[in-house]
Ligand binder design. Structure first.
Ligand SMILES: [Mn+2]
Length: 330
């Protein structure tokens, strides 16, 4: 695709020339896409523009307060459509597909951004799209309000795992220092975004951890998220976010596998340390992903009880074929 790449300075100029904005977010929206859309919408309004954030049908309660108040009135027709943190058209929610051919500007930090928009501003070095949106808002010259700062803090803190991941840079901390000067509630947001759990989350997390099974002398750990467990705890999608990270957290575990019983089959999430390529394991069974985090869906038409057992056998076999130096005892 052939969108034109522009700098943050040019992006700010383009935004000042346009009006009647609609900001799009991605599927299964995270803090980055939501925080960016929220802060940008507020900044454009501060510039005297008409701006709204498009309804995201998958918005979870944790992030609702950033986006919901910015939804457009019924029948709103935008002149300028902007996406934030959306790497490709396939990542747009269904209700945004009607804008697929009409995206004027994509603001993103995915190096693989497909250039589906007329213009795109991409900084692959940014830990979060929020860093780029921060820079653009600064170039717009409007004062950074505490509401904008909260939204940008949500964006940057979530994509950096609360500043623990290796994508966190000195620039990240400098930006966040400025957000704190602008009045963002860092401690409050750290609590609601990283510590607070619903009772259902606590119930499913503890049950999943109690059920972890170890293989290969503790180098492989398998967790199971069964339909029965989901039903018994009343856990929602939001409650199940990042359960996949639990087995890999355990000392000595090199490969953490989490099996999810879904209506369409069993989904496996694989997390590994730097000695093992998770995407190679998943590629053996038709999946894929990143070196440290990958996934696959294992279909099976047999009895539901047998399915999760079968899936475990299949994924363990893929681990066995990929990683040769594991001390298997069986
Ligand atoms: Mn992001």
């Amino acid at each position: 695709m052939s969108g034109k790449r522009i700098t943050p300075e040019e992006t700010a100029r383009v935004l000042m020339e346009c009006d009647r904005f609609l900001i799009l977010t991605h599927r299964r929206p995270d803090g980055d896409t939501i925080g960016c859309a929220s802060a940008l919408t507020l900044a454009l309004r501060a510039c005297g523009k008409t701006a709204y954030a498009h309804v995201n049908p998958e918005l979870t309660p944790r992030y609702a307060r950033f986006l919901q108040p910015l939804y457009p009135p019924e029948g709103y027709v935008p002149d300028t459509v902007v996406s934030t943190d959306v790497p490709s058209l396939s990542q747009l929610p269904d209700n945004a597909m009607s804008y697929a051919d009409a995206i004027d500007l994509a603001i993103d930090h995915h190096g693989t951004n497909a250039g589906f928009a007329r213009l795109y501003c991409v900084d692959a070095d940014a830990a979060a799209c929020g860093e780029l949106v921060y820079a653009i808002i600064r170039l717009l010259g409007v004062p950074l309000t505490s509401a904008m700062a909260d939204a940008l803090y949500a964006a940057i803190s979530t994509d950096t795992g609360c500043f623990r991941y290796s994508n966190t840079t000195a620039r990240t901390h400098r930006i966040v220092a400025d957000l704190m000067d602008a009045g963002c509630d860092a401690a409050g947001l750290n609590f609601t975004l990283f510590e607070m759990r619903t009772p259902a989350r606590v119930a499913i997390e503890s049950a999943v951890m109690r059920g972890i099974v170890y293989y290969a002398g503790g180098a492989v750990a398998v967790a199971r998220v069964t339909r029965a467990l989901i039903d018994a705890t009343g856990a929602t999608e939001d409650d199940m976010e990042s359960l996949s990270s639990l087995p890999k957290r355990i000392e000595g575990v090199r490969i953490g596998v989490t099996l999810y019983e879904r209506h369409e089959g069993i989904k496996a999430s694989v997390r590994t340390d730097k000695t093992v390529d998770a995407s190679r394991i998943c590629a053996l069974v038709g999946g894929g992903g990143h070196p440290r985090a990958a996934g696959c869906t294992l279909y099976n038409t047999s009895e539901r009880d047998a399915m999760i057992e079968d899936a475990e056998t299949v994924i363990l076999d893929a681990v066995r074929r990929t990683v040769e130096d594991l001390p298997w005892t069986t």
